[in-house]
Design a protein around this ligand. Structure first.
Ligand code: ATP
Ligand code: MG
Length: 331
C-alpha cells in the first residue's frame, strides 16, 4: 500500500467516524424533548415518567442529550452553587441475579452524585505484592442496602437533582418475578422521588409500559411519553424521515454523491422509521464501501437489516403501539 493510499484510507476512516458520531436533531427528538420539558418541573405530580419506544429509535441518545442540556441550562446556577447537579443519567443494571439489584443501581447513582466529594482523596497505587492496581475505598462508604439508600436520598437532596434518568429500565421488570414484587420495586422509586423531589425518568422499550398497569396509585403518578418511530402511513413522518436521510448524506457528501436520498423509501421500510437503526445501516454501508472504494446499491443492500431482524422488531413495535395508543375518542 502506498503512502498516498494510506492517507486516503485514514481520511475515509475519519469521515466514517464523523458519520457515526453525527447526531441529528430530528422532529421526533424535538417533540419528545418538548413534552418532557413540560412534564419535568418542581412540584410535579408525575413522580415517574416512562419514555417508551421501539428498539433503535434513539432513546438512549435522547436521554443523554436531555441530561447534558439540563446541565448546560443550569450553567449560571452552577457557577454560584457548585454542589448542584440538576440531572443524572444512569443505566439499570442487569446483574444476572434472579432479583433486580437495587444495590448496584444505588451504587451507580452514588458514583454520579460523587458521594465522596467531601472525604479526603485517597491515592491509588500498585500493590507491591500482587502487582495489581489498588483503589482504596473511602472509609465512610455505605455497605448495607439501607445505608446505600439513605446515602442516595441524602445525595439527591443535597445536589438538588431535578430528574434522574434510568436507561434500560426494562431490566427492573425482567429481573422481577411476580406482580407484587414489581409493585414494590416501583414503590421504591416513587418514594425516592417523593422524598427527594427528584423526578424519575425511566427509558426503555415497550415492555416498560406494563408498569403503569400495576396499581391505580402508581398509574396516576406515572406518565408515559411515546418516542414513536416515523410511520410510513403518515406523510409528515415520511418527510421527516427523508430529512434525516438527507442529514446523514450531508455528513459524507463525497461518499454518497447526492444519491442516498433516492433510497429513502427503501431505508424507511427496512429500518422501520427508527433513526438509530438508520444510523447503524448507513455506518455499515459506508464501511463496506471502503472495501471497494465506492458505494454501490449492493453495498447498501448488504448493510440493511435482514428480513428476520426486520420482522422481529416490527412485531415488537406493533405490539407496543397497540398497548400504548391513546384512547381519546370524542363523543
Ligand atoms: N439523532 C441521532 N442522530 C444520529 N445518530 C443517532 C441518533 N440517535 C441515535 N443515533 C445512533 O443510533 C444508535 C442507536 O441509538 P440509541 O442507542 O440511542 O437507540 P435506542 O433507542 O436507545 O436503542 P435500544 O432500544 O437498543 O436501547 C446509536 O449508536 C446512535 O449513535
Ligand atoms: Mg437504548
Amino acid at each position: 500500500m502506498t503512502a498516498e493510499h494510506r492517507n486516503e484510507k485514514s481520511l475515509v476512516n475519519s469521515q466514517i467516524e464523523a458519520l457515526a458520531a453525527k447526531r441529528i436533531r430530528h422532529t421526533r427528538v424535538n417533540e419528545v424533548m418538548t413534552e418532557l420539558d413540560t412534564l419535568i418541573y418542581e412540584g410535579s405530580q408525575d413522580s415517574i415518567l416512562l419514555v417508551c419506544g421501539p428498539s433503535g429509535a434513539g432513546k438512549t441518545t435522547l436521554a443523554k442529550y436531555i441530561v447534558n442540556n439540563a446541565l448546560k441550562q443550569a450553567q449560571g446556577q452552577l457557577e454560584t452553587n457548585r454542589g448542584i447537579i440538576p440531572a443524572i443519567f444512569t443505566e439499570a443494571p442487569s446483574s444476572g441475579e434472579n432479583d433486580f439489584s437495587w444495590r448496584l443501581l444505588y451504587q451507580r447513582i452514588l458514583s454520579q452524585l460523587d458521594d465522596d466529594a467531601e472525604s479526603p482523596k485517597l491515592a491509588c497505587g500498585v500493590d507491591p505484592e500482587t502487582g495489581r492496581m489498588s483503589r482504596p475505598r473511602a472509609a465512610n462508604r455505605a455497605t448495607t442496602l439501607a445505608a446505600l439508600r439513605t446515602a442516595v436520598e441524602r445525595g439527591l437532596r443535597a445536589r438538588q437533582v431535578r430528574f434522574l434518568v434510568i436507561d434500560e429500565a426494562a431490566h427492573i421488570i425482567r429481573q422481577t418475578r411476580g406482580r407484587n414484587r414489581l409493585e414494590i420495586q416501583l414503590d421504591t422509586l416513587k418514594s425516592l422521588a417523593n422524598l427527594c423531589g427528584t423526578q424519575m425518568v425511566l427509558i426503555g422499550s415497550y415492555d416498560l409500559h406494563h408498569l403503569v398497569s400495576l396499581s391505580g396509585q402508581l398509574a396516576r403518578r406515572t406518565h408515559v411519553v411515546h418516542f414513536e418511530r416515523y410511520r410510513q402511513d403518515r406523510p409528515e413522518d415520511v418527510q421527516a424521515f427523508e430529512r434525516c436521510v438527507s442529514g446523514f448524506e450531508k455528513t459524507l457528501p463525497e461518499l454518497w454523491g447526492g444519491k442516498l436520498t433516492k433510497y429513502s423509501k427503501a431505508l424507511h421500510e427496512n429500518t422501520l422509521g427508527c433513526i438509530g437503526t438508520l444510523s447503524g445501516v448507513l455506518v455499515r454501508a459506508a464501511r463496506l464501501a471502503t472495501i471497494t472504494n465506492a458505494w454501490t446499491t449492493a453495498s447498501l443492500e448488504r448493510a440493511l437489516l435482514s428480513q428476520a431482524q426486520h420482522n422481529r422488531i416490527l412485531e415488537e413495535i406493533l405490539d407496543g403501539e397497540s398497548g400504548i395508543g391513546p384512547n381519546l375518542i370524542a363523543a
